[in-house]
Design a protein around this ligand. Sequence first.
Ligand code: ZN
Length: 204
Amino acid sequence: MKYCQQCAADLHYRIPEGDDKPRYCCLECDSIFYQNPKNVVGTLPIDGDKVLLCKRAIQPRKGKWTLPAGFMENGESSLEGAIRETDEEAGASVIVSENSLYTLFNLPVINQVYMFFKVDLENTLFNPGTESLEVQLFSEQEIPWDEIAFPVVKTTLQYYFEDRKKNTFPVRMFDVHHAADRKITTTLISESSINENNTNNSSA
Ligand code: ZN
């Protein structure tokens, strides 16, 4: 960031009074421009025993397979953004049930938070968008595990196929860290428990 978005004066990267982190500051109009993590939202679209993946048509990881996901827009909810990205990248319509939030990843190294929602496909009519080369359904055996674009996608798929066996899908949050040797570690931080006594509280 070089120029003030309010008055177009040069910005200075320095710690404002009362703060403890450097920010982009305008000395002309006193505006401060904070930079905060971005949300990436996507879906895990399911059809029977298969999940939908998109082959990336763009960098990074062009030609690798991913779940439909992208940056949240202003004015939309995280779930709305995930449904929009699924339409844009896969041309797929989805059905959202209760408890759709499935995985959340904190990636402090790249200042991003990923959220994936578990949804059902309305039908198997797909239409790869401009960011996808192909859209395809995969069973657990068919997943191209070595060709998955991002660790957050691989982790979400691995947990999904394990959860399927028990037919319980807790919400999980992970922290993703990049070690000095660039090795990526994914740590489970939180896992929701499903309290059966509370699932149908209709007497209230
Ligand atoms: Zn200014």
